[in-house]
Design a protein around this ligand. Structure first.
Ligand code: C2O
Length: 475
């Protein structure tokens, strides 16, 4: 009923039918949370265009805050409306925590005796930190991450670089500890909007910088948990070793390795409904849906705009919704009321796996608009026959690459071009071909490599090649 009351003031006559559906659905959901699927909407498309993406109109969430949060005043206020969200670090306050929260119950950073220092970009002569996947980086490298966490945990809690304070930063920015400076009634919240990717990138940047400094290795990069590729779809074993500083006892014990992750996991999910192979295939479908199909516009991927004077949580992007949220829940302890540690914002940063998890999220952020492209120049065929050749990248033995394998980068295909003189000869063709490499190299874990191996395999007809090169393209 709250959804109805909240939305009725914001919606014209067309909105009424949506509200009705939602109010009924909410009531059903409350009564039978698991046995029915309450949020099946059938909405006319024109109506969606009118109501936009406002979550308050179509939300079925049983989240008290979402319904009581003040709405944006639509720009009718002269106080810093529509600019960047501004907060004051000195006004950090009590977090809004769920009942039965685990301590600590306060997330604000220690007071500093000095003024904040403006950020400056690092000196370009410093070593570049190249992040690599946890499953492939090797035990020796993982031991460095382990040591970095041990060193952070050994710092006193009052040290802003300590693991304790690092975890608290995440808590403070998602529990209402900070308010918008010109709009004290409004929370600062870094989830459910276009803040999501940017905030976590900055957070990881400093986390990683502290880790590198404590290790005395300026080039150290935190490995990422690449749960989006089959080889990474298990918790890296180092995190499951109970005597390691990477271990967190407040996790789902059923999801220790070698359990395959479920990128759609929610509290009511049934474990083991798929074989490992089926689960991996389903996870790949999820990745495609959230990275490609559903992320058709930048705002759908990044999340909705969130500006000064606007209420928080305008709408999360595809990746934030899942697999980001679902992997938090998959990792957290279902026996805890709020699925601590990973399964709830206030405590998620207390698990050392949070950072490799978010490193992977950071990696999924749309890569630079530049595309690395393989150019095959001077392709020549006489046109007398159809021509096909396949292009493999980094295939050690191309014969062993399965159909659809990631090393298979593309194919050149050209129809016959018979000459018109009836001699059976063809009209000569000269052309070129291009293959996009960004995603492929990333999938192969080769995006940081100095060179790539390209194999061309003739499949039909005769063709000659002038040369190969790799260029960066931007349009
Ligand atoms: Cu700030 Cu993965 O949550």
């Amino acid at each position: 009923m709250k959804a109805e009351a909240m939305a009725s003031s914001r919606c014209g006559p067309l909105g009424a039918c949506v509200l009705l559906i939602c109010a009924v659905a909410t009531a059903v959901y409350t009564a039978f949370p698991v046995s029915v699927n309450p949020c099946t909407y059938s909405l006319p498309r024109a109506l969606l265009a009118v109501s936009g993406l406002d979550p308050y109109i179509v939300s079925c969430a049983a989240d008290e805050d979402a319904f009581t949060a003040p709405l944006s005043n639509g720009g009718n206020d002269d106080k810093n409306i529509g600019g960047p969200i501004v907060t004051n670090l000195l006004t950090c306050g009590k977090p809004k925590l769920p009942p039965h929260a685990l301590p600590p119950f306060y997330c604000c950073p220690p007071m500093s005796a000095s003024e904040p220092i403006d950020f400056t970009f690092p000196d370009p002569s410093e070593p570049l930190r190249v992040r690599r996947p946890a499953h492939a980086v090797g035990a020796e490298y993982m031991a460095k991450y382990e040591r970095a966490i041990a060193l952070m945990k050994a710092l006193p809690d009052s040290d802003p670089r300590s693991f304790y304070q690092m975890a608290n930063i995440h808590c403070a920015y998602c529990t209402g500890s900070y308010r918008q400076t010109a709009h004290r009634e409004l929370n600062v919240q870094i989830h459910f909007s276009w803040f999501f990717f940017a905030f976590h990138r900055a957070y990881l940047y400093f986390f990683e910088r502290i880790a590198a400094k404590l290790l005395g290795e300026p080039g150290f990069a935190v490995p990422f948990w690449s749960w989006d590729v089959p080889e990474g779809m298990r918790m890296p074993v180092e995190f499951a070793n109970a005597s390691s500083p990477l271990y967190d006892p407040v996790r789902n014990p059923r999801h220790a390795p070698p359990k395959v992750v479920d990128l759609e996991f929610v509290r009511s999910s049934v474990d083991d409904k798929f074989t490992d192979e089926q689960q991996i295939q389903q996870n790949l479908r999820v990745m495609y849906k959230q990275m490609i199909s559903n992320a058709a516009l930048p705002s759908l991927f990044h999340g909705q705009p969130y500006r000064a004077g606007e209420s928080d949580r305008p709408g999360a992007g595809t990746v934030e919704l899942f697999p980001h949220n679902t992997m938090h829940t998959w990792t957290g302890d279902l026996a805890r009321p709020s699925v601590e540690n990973m399964g709830v914002y206030y405590s998620a940063g207390r698990d050392p796996i949070f950072y490799p998890h978010h490193n992977n999220i950071d990696r999924l952020w749309e890569k630079e608009v530049q595309e690395e492209v393989l150019v095959i120049d001077g392709i020549e065929t006489d046109g007398a026959d159809m021509v096909k050749f396949d292009v493999y990248v980094n295939a050690v033995e191309y014969e062993k690459v399965e159909p659809g394998g990631r090393e298979m980068a593309g194919s050149f295909v050209c129809l016959m071009h018979p000459s018109m003189d009836g001699t059976g000869k063809g009209m000569g063709i000269q052309t070129s071909m291009r293959v996009a490499l960004n995603e492929l190299l990333e999938d192969l874990g080769a995006d940081g490599d100095d060179s790539v191996t390209v194999t061309l395999v003739p499949r039909n007809g005769k063709v000659s090649i002038g040369g190969l090169r790799i260029v960066y393209m931007m349009e």
